[in-house]
Design a protein around this ligand. Structure first.
Ligand code: FA5
Length: 344
């Protein structure tokens, strides 16, 4: 080791002495070859010699040889500037080149769309709540009136973490969490991510966003549900949008309805439309009057209070709002796609 240190010190002095004599490109090249030449350059030979250094010293020896190599390279670079005929340093900045563009971050289109939805409901006096993405069977199913082994559980293809823990399949469990803590009147929306065992296609993903709505009060009726949702959809899509309520089933609402909007992608005119399947309509949300059993589960008296609720697919609805035919674009993070929404 001591030998190596001495050798490097000697070579360092030699390099400095030779560097003083460099006056043109030729002598610079000779100096480069003497030290960095592939076969007999001093630095190259030092690296060769490393092979014979005992294992315990190798790390330190390698560090010293590498440091010396950097010293030589830096020295040669400085000399390059000195010997150029026009006197410019070797790595001068070329001011004629176009500058490098710095990209500025921007909110994701789904975040923008979620904010748009939130603003409409905030304007109607709703508050925003949140809940956990990892749920227990009780909140995701049982308290929402899905008894164990009930066949309706099958329509939510659930990703289980272990027996009682799962990734929530919808935002509805947060209804229960809120009603356990707060008493009516309740008027909230709950945006969040949900998960299902699904094969992706243009309108389905295994992870997507929902926004839940819940109103519980004395005298809340289906007419309030219908009026509020119609107002909301028109605020998002404009007055002319066609909306239809279709009877449906959810264990936690009775009666239940799903809401479809006309297919904005094909205007209902393309029998092979990949978005609406040629039907001209696409479901965007499920809704209904809160099942009295659900109110009982959270100790709210169903004789005194009634409620209505809905769950809207944010990604699904954003596709229509932005005229996108493929939901997967939202998650691929292709900048050519994202830049259309404000990222610069
Ligand atoms: C539910 O999830 C119920 N929790 C909704 C609800 C809430 C009903 C409150 C009654 C009262 P559903 O599985 O239909 O329902 O999903 C609701 C919406 O989520 C759908 O209308 C659709 O817009 C969206 N959605 C459902 N599955 C997917 C998926 N795989 N990918 C993207 N969006 C989806």
């Amino acid at each position: 080791m001591a030998d190596l240190k001495d050798r490097i010190e000697g070579l360092r002095k030699a390099f400095e002495a030779e560097a003083l004599k460099v006056g043109d490109a030729k002598s610079l090249e000779e100096l480069r070859t003497a030290f960095l030449g592939r076969k007999k350059g001093h630095v190259t030979l030092l690296f060769e010699d490393l092979k014979t250094v005992p294992a315990e010293d190798k790390r330190e020896a390698g560090r010293q040889v590498n440091a010396f190599k950097t010293f030589v390279q830096d020295g040669l670079l400085a000399l390059e500037g000195k010997v150029r005929s026009d006197g410019r340093p070797a790595r001068a900045m070329d001011l004629t080149l176009p500058g490098r563009k710095k990209y500025v971050g921007a909110p994701h289109p789904l975040v923008l769309f979620q904010q748009e939805i939130e603003n409409i409901f905030l304007g109607m006096g709703f508050a925003i709540e949140e809940g956990p993405e990892i749920e227990t069977d009780y909140y995701n199913f049982e308290a929402l009136n899905f008894p164990p082994h009930h066949p309706a559980r099958d329509s939510w293809d659930t990703l289980y973490i272990k027996d009682d823990l799962l990734l929530r399949t919808h935002t509805s469990p947060v209804q229960i969490r809120v009603m356990e803590k707060k008493k009516p009147p309740i008027r909230i929306i709950i945006p969040g991510r949900v998960f299902r065992r699904e094969t992706p296609d243009p309108t389905h993903l295994p992870m997507f966003m929902q926004v839940e709505g819940l109103v519980v009060d004395e005298g809340a009726t289906f007419a309030h549900l219908k009026g509020t949702l119609e107002y909301f959809i028109r605020a998002l899509f404009g007055e002319k949008i066609k909306v239809r309520f279709r009877p449906s089933f959810f264990p936690f609402t009775e009666p239940s309805a799903e809401v479809d909007i006309e297919c904005i992608v094909c205007d209902g005119k393309d029998p092979s439309c990949r978005v609406c399947g040629g039907t001209g309509w696409k479901e965007i949300l499920g809704s209904g009057m809160v099942n009295p059993q659900v109110l009982k589960n959270v100790n709210i008296d169903p004789e005194k209070y009634s409620g209505w609720a809905f769950g809207l697919g944010i990604d699904r609805t954003a596709m229509f709002a932005y005229g996108i035919t493929e939901m997967r674009h939202f998650y691929e993070n292709d900048l050519r796609f994202l830049r259309q929404f404000g990222a610069k």
